[in-house]
Write a protein that binds this ligand. Structure first.
Ligand SMILES: Cc1cc2nc3c(=O)[nH]c(=O)nc-3n(C[C@H](O)[C@H](O)[C@H](O)COP(=O)(O)OP(=O)(O)OC[C@H]3O[C@@H](n4cnc5c(N)ncnc54)[C@H](O)[C@@H]3O)c2cc1C
Length: 391
């Protein structure tokens, strides 16, 4: 039965993915009364490669205890099935492969242990701003009142629409999780594949997870049939097409416009809900963990703010944290995406035939550098200037 909620929360977080679970944990650790609302039953399946780059690993809570199904020691790069080359990885934090239902359930458990109240199977369907509270309506008609709201409800975000998030890049990703026999599993162990695809800006991946492989392709939205054909061809080429998938799903990935809002009144958006995702690799877990953490910290200050200047300061601190790091990373990655979309072969050659380029990309994957730092080196700047002249 629907209820009118009299209870007033300090912070309500919508969505128990990496962004929302991080926000809820951090806000609860700071002493806020926190409610975490999740549409699905936890643990829930999420279409995702489950690849944790070094940056994601460093932003996980200590001792999370999530099962790692493989650690990547080598990456095979391919260009549409040709010119395959396997390169060894030797960075400090090897890319780790996890299942997202395990990861997100573990992050949610840690948020609950920090004091957040978790309510799953609860969909937020309406949001209203009032002077000093935000009111949410759930699918079952309940009303929830809060001093601060964090929207971490993923790439089709209801809260993101409320805030006015605008995206400049929307892609369709198709993915399967397939059980593999022992021989196939042994062939993939410790090695992931990234293969540049036939559609502009597209690529495919195979991520090993013991007796399961996660494989998929991503391409700009609006070419569904061509993307499905690409997926069939990709799976066939890598000997995965004949296997019956455990999961066979699709999901949109979205990248924000740089001027898109991150906050409105008492609401902040984080992770995919804010369009925070790497435009080239479509890596999003590190963006979700970091923005979720900062949103949780800022939400506690929003909850305490009585007057508009305090509220504005709390919002601005969050916006400044995102703009000075994640936006800078996205801008640099857009630069790579431009070159990649124009000529994937140029990037492939640089990666596979120029050892320092691979060493830097490996350092990014394993967490000892960032994309802006990679592009900031004199050699990279000179190469990009030459490409600009040539295009
Ligand atoms: C095919 C694919 C592969 C990917 N592979 C990788 C990878 O290997 N590594 C990587 O780093 N990134 C990867 N990404 C990106 C990554 O999955 C996302 O960036 C990441 O999940 C974002 O986390 P989030 O917490 O913002 O959102 P999500 O993980 O999407 O969580 C949002 C949560 O909100 C809930 N929700 C939605 N609406 C409501 C509502 N109205 N009310 C209540 N709850 C709601 C959802 O049920 C969900 O649990 C991939 C993406 C795709 C599509």
């Amino acid at each position: 039965m629907a209820t009118e909620g009299n209870e007033l929360w300090d912070v309500v977080v919508v969505g128990a993915g990496p962004a929302g679970a991080s926000a809820a944990r951090v806000a609860a650790e700071a002493g806020g009364r926190v409610l975490l609302l999740e549409r699905a039953a936890v643990p829930r399946y999420k279409t995702c490669g489950g690849g944790l780059i070094g940056c994601s690993q460093t932003h996980l809570p200590e001792g999370l205890g999530v099962a790692v199904h493989d650690e990547i020691e080598a990456v095979t790069f391919g260009l549409g099935g040709r010119r395959q080359r396997t390169l060894a990885s030797d960075g400090p934090l090897r890319c780790k492969m996890v299942f997202r239902d395990d990861l997100d359930a573990a992050l949610t458990r840690v948020a609950a242990e920090a004091g957040a109240v978790v309510r799953d199977r609860t969909t937020v369907v309406g949001i209203e701003d009032h002077h000093d509270v935000v009111t949410l309506r759930t699918g079952s008609g309940d009303v929830v009142r809060t001093r601060a709201l964090v929207g971490a409800d993923g790439s089709a975000s209801r809260v993101g629409r409320h805030v006015g998030v605008q995206c400049e890049q929307v892609d369709l990703a198709l993915e399967v999780e397939v059980p593999v026999d022992r021989g196939t599993a042994a062939g993939w162990r410790g090695r992931m594949l990234l293969e540049w695809g036939p559609l502009p800006g597209s690529f495919g991946w195979v991520f090993p997870k013991g007796d399961v492989c996660t494989a998929g392709v991503v391409a700009a939205r609006g070419q569904g049939e061509a993307t499905r054909d690409y997926m069939r061809d990709f799976l066939d080429r890598h000997g995965l097409a004949h296997l019956t998938p455990l999961h066979d799903t699709g999901h949109l990935t979205r990248c924000r416009r740089p001027d898109s809002p991150l906050a409105r009144h008492r609401t902040l958006v984080a992770g995919d809900a804010a369009g925070l995702c790497d435009p080239w690799s479509r890596e999003g877990i590190s963006f979700a963990l970091r923005s979720g953490t900062w949103a949780g910290e800022a939400a506690v200050r929003v909850a305490k703010a009585e007057h508009e200047p305090d509220l504005a300061r709390a919002r601005d601190q969050y916006v400044a944290a995102v703009r000075s790091t994640l936006e800078v990373e996205m801008r640099a990655s857009r630069r790579i995406m431009d070159v990649f979309t124009w000529r994937p072969g140029v990037l492939h050659t640089a990666l596979t035939a120029v050892p320092p380029v691979w060493r830097r990309v490996d350092a990014y994957l394993t967490g000892s550098t960032t994309i802006p730092a990679v592009l900031g080196t004199p050699a990279a700047r000179a190469a990009l200037r030459a490409i600009d002249l040539f295009r």
